[in-house]
Design a protein around this ligand. Structure first.
Ligand code: PNS
Length: 165
């Protein structure tokens, strides 16, 4: 009997409810779903690799067939190593399409047997992105630091060291 193994790759900086919605859909569709967190990101991530993994583990622990792993280098190589036949990606809006198309076609060129499957997250998540969540997280951190400064708990040097006002 064929077993369908899919990889849901990403930076997950941080994992959002939109990602989680897609993981839930993938979990229902594939026998095994590997959520693969990219180790070396081009841009400096806000969250360290260990934090990104921990957050993904925490929110996916209800699913036995979902595994969280780390990958580095080419996704197609990782998929080959894990015996996966499918890459799962989400498309929220038309704006995602061009980037996703480029990636899917490049991956197909590199490994024609690997299929990219696109799924739509629930429409309530179509506005949500890790970039916006990062901005919110930074704003909250700033608010927290300002409050600590007012309360005299946090020294200005500490705030500066954390790139906070
Ligand atoms: O969450 P993201 O940042 O949109 O995920 C992008 C990711 C990790 C899927 C993509 O950058 C990737 O697959 N990187 C690994 C390097 C690779 O295989 N590149 C060739 C594909 S075009």
């Amino acid at each position: 009997m064929k077993t369908s193994v899919a990889i849901y790759p990403g930076t997950f900086d941080p994992v959002t409810n939109g990602h989680l919605d897609l993981i839930g859909r993938g979990e229902r569709m594939f026998d095994r779903l590997i959520v693969a967190v990219l180790k070396n990101v081009d841009k400096e991530p806000l969250f360290a690799l260990s934090e990104r993994i921990e957050m993904v583990r925490e929110v996916t622990k209800q699913w036995d067939s979902v595994e969280v792993d780390v990958f580095d280098g080419l996704l197609v190589e990782y998929a080959r190593k894990r015996g996966a036949g499918v890459i799962l990606r989400g498309i929220r809006a038309v704006s995602d399409y061009e980037y996703e198309l480029q990636m899917a076609l490049m991956n197909r060129k590199l490994e024609p047997r690997l299929e990219t499957v696109f799924m739509l997250p629930g429409e309530s998540y179509s506005y949500l992105s890790a970039r916006l969540v990062r901005q919110l997280a930074l704003e909250h951190a700033r608010d927290g630091a300002a409050a600590r400064l007012r309360a005299g708990i946090c020294e200005p040097q500490e705030a500066r060291a954390r790139h906070l006002p």
